[in-house]
Design a protein around this ligand. Structure first.
Ligand code: MN
Length: 374
């Protein structure tokens, strides 16, 4: 099937409440949606959720590279999916959220072309997967109320953001553990906040609260520091910001720096990069979690399908769409029940379409058909 047209939309997602982590606070995210049009009315949608602090991207930078990426796709034949993906991923360095939007849109349209839900097109492994829900940095009382609400909703795994004030963090984690008891597994994410020795000292203080994982305790580039923490930590360590690409995953393996790797489609440039990171992790005996930035329904949907299809993904952190005021798509979000994520019965990612009331069309690319004159 030929890709006939690419449309680029912008839209803003507003959160139900501000989200605070050690790197800062946000209450909205400015997204870019890519819509590919094939033949027979088929279309595929992808989402970029750019974050300046993680991938160095903004909505503007994604729009800036939409032209060269679209030119690689318009007129191409989806029978050669891997060739199109290769052109996208090797067209220039970085810009992984932008590439992810095109990569996801391609997987959406190709799985629809094959009449399959995306996770089954990817080979399928399971029909539902556990997700945690994240509690940002907030007052202890608020955090406890939030934890109680999550337990009532059937959530079985809670991720707690830490890293601004250790005494405050310990108080909040203790209070959350005492209210959830053994009804949920808990883990913490410091988002690069600590120095290696400080991290070991802090992690030891959290051990008593039954924390089963510590995410990204030290700064992203300090892989040797991460390895030092892992060697001296009583709790398993997960790399997040330290791993964007398959090459980063190899470095983690070489340095024995983590017990788990958090794969995010926005860091990996989409599903094709995620598949490679999972393969490297699995071969090294390292488990994966699939996480997210602040994507709406499309980006999270793609993450859910990738997780459903991938054996090495142990659980997910795919929750950003659940508590948003809008998600840029007509049929809101994929199912979230009793702490598990699932696909719908529809082919592709399984979402209807972009919501034209929430997004604005900013660019259209079509192939110029050259006509022969006789
Ligand atoms: Mn993280």
């Amino acid at each position: 099937m030929r890709i006939k047209k690419v449309e680029i939309f912008t839209g803003t997602i507003h959160y139900a409440e501000p989200f605070k982590i050690s790197l800062g606070t946000s209450d909205k995210s400015d997204e870019v949606i890519v819509k590919l049009h094939g033949e027979d009315g088929l279309f595929g949608i992808g989402e970029a959720s750019p974050t300046l602090r993680i991938t160095g991207e903004t909505q503007e930078s994604v729009l800036g590279v939409a032209d060269p990426l679209s030119s690689k796709i318009v007129g191409s034949d989806t029978d050669n999916l891997n060739l199109i993906l290769d052109k996208i991923h090797n067209s220039f360095v970085g810009n992984t959220s932008a590439k992810a939007a095109f990569d996801i849109a391609l997987y959406d349209i190709v799985s629809k072309e094959n009449g399959k839900q995306l996770y089954k097109y990817l080979g399928g492994y399971r029909d539902k997967i556990l997700t945690d829900v994240t509690i940002g940095i907030m007052g202890t009382k608020e955090a406890v109320e939030k934890a109680e609400t999550l337990i009532r909703k059937g959530v079985k795994r809670i991720k707690i953001k830490v890293g601004i004030d250790i005494l405050d963090d310990l108080k909040r984690v203790e209070a959350i553990r005492s209210v959830v008891g053994d009804r949920a597994d808990l883990f913490i994410d410091a988002n690069q906040a600590w120095k290696p020795k400080e991290a070991v000292s802090n992690i030891n203080k959290f051990e008593v609260y039954g924390i089963d994982l510590v995410e990204q305790p030290v700064t992203a580039h300090d892989v040797k520091g991460l390895a030092f923490v892992r060697k001296n930590s009583p709790i398993p360590i997960m790399a997040d910001e330290s791993v964007h690409s398959p090459e980063d995953a190899i470095r983690i393996v070489e340095e024995q720096a983590a017990d788990m790797v958090n794969i995010k489609l926005m860091k990996a440039g989409g599903i094709s990069g995620a598949i490679r990171i999972a393969a490297i992790s699995e071969a090294a005996g390292i488990g994966n979690m699939v996480g997210c930035m602040m994507e709406g329904a499309v980006g999270i949907g793609a993450g859910i399908h990738f997780a459903l299809a991938t054996k090495n993904v142990k659980f997910t952190d795919l929750d950003s769409d659940v508590d948003m005021k809008n998600t840029l798509t007509a049929n809101k979000i994929l199912p979230f029940r009793d702490g598990f994520r699932q696909a719908t019965e529809k082919p592709g990612i399984g979402l209807e379409d972009v919501d034209r009331k929430e997004v604005k069309l900013v660019k259209t690319f079509t192939k110029v058909v050259e006509r022969k004159s006789f």
